[in-house]
Design a protein around this ligand. Structure first.
Ligand code: ADE
Length: 228
């Protein structure tokens, strides 16, 4: 998979995409992440990328030309499955969406910024708008990092034990059951005895029951989605 992220503040993306599972996936050649600095496509000597909005609302708007040039520079080199724009207006990211995106070959993620981008780019070039939650971030970079993380970990081979991604919370529509490690007794707080029993069938049943209980208690709407 190749992910091109277009950003006006590319430095924000350095750290979140350079550790742990994402770092390993890059080293294994499972994903290539290319960060494009929108200023490289800016206008004139000052590499201008934004301007005042028509209509006079406060705040600057990213101009269509730099966006058009940045996107078409990429699309002239290869086909893209999705040209994503991060925005609180978009479709809410959830596990099924991450699963769908994880089988794409090439993705562009354009990070929103300032007041927004010229709407014509959204109408004519963007093929999918994604929100990571019902709140407003200062820019789309952190949203882009969240989207990347949620999909890269699903690429086969990104996680050593593939079962581990499949048993994540949400993969079966339920929250994950509680997990424990040694010591079996810490401060008098004991690990549930069934987990020490060595009886895999009983352990599975306990985990399924706990997953259901936790979902019913903490996120009952997920069960309605399953039943609906
Ligand atoms: N940009 C600003 N807020 C956002 C959000 N909630 N999701 C995605 N992109 C955003």
């Amino acid at each position: 998979m190749r992910i091109d992220i277009i950003s006006a503040v590319p430095d924000i993306l350095n750290s979140p995409l350079n550790y742990s599972i994402i770092k390993r996936a890059k080293e294994k050649g499972l994903v290539e992440i290319n960060i494009v600095n929108l200023h490289d496509y800016g206008k004139g000597n000052y590499k201008q990328i934004d301007d005042y909005s028509y209509g006079g609302d406060a705040g600057m708007v990213i101009m269509p030309e730099p966006l058009y040039r940045a996107i078409t520079d990429l699309t002239s080199q290869r086909d893209y499955d999705y040209i994503i724009y991060t925005s609180p207006d978009g479709e809410l990211l959830d596990q099924p969406m991450a699963n769908t995106l994880s089988i794409a070959e090439n993705i562009i993620i354009l990070c929103g910024h300032y007041k927004g981008i010229d709407h014509r780019i959204r109408e004519h070039l963007i093929t999918k708008e994604i929100s990571i939650g019902n709140y407003v971030l200062s820019g789309g970079e952190l949203a882009a990092a969240v989207i990347c993380d949620s999909i890269i970990r699903l690429i086969p081979g990104a996680i050593t034990d593939e079962m581990s991604a499949l048993s994540d919370s949400f993969q079966d529509g339920l929250l994950a059951p509680p997990i424990y490690t040694r010591p079996a007794n810490f401060n008098g707080w004991e690990v549930p005895p069934v987990l020490l029993s060595g009886n895999t069938k009983l352990i599975r049943e306990w985990q399924e029951q706990k997953a259901l209980e936790r979902t019913r208690e903490l996120r009952p709407e997920l069960l309605e989605n399953l039943e609906g």
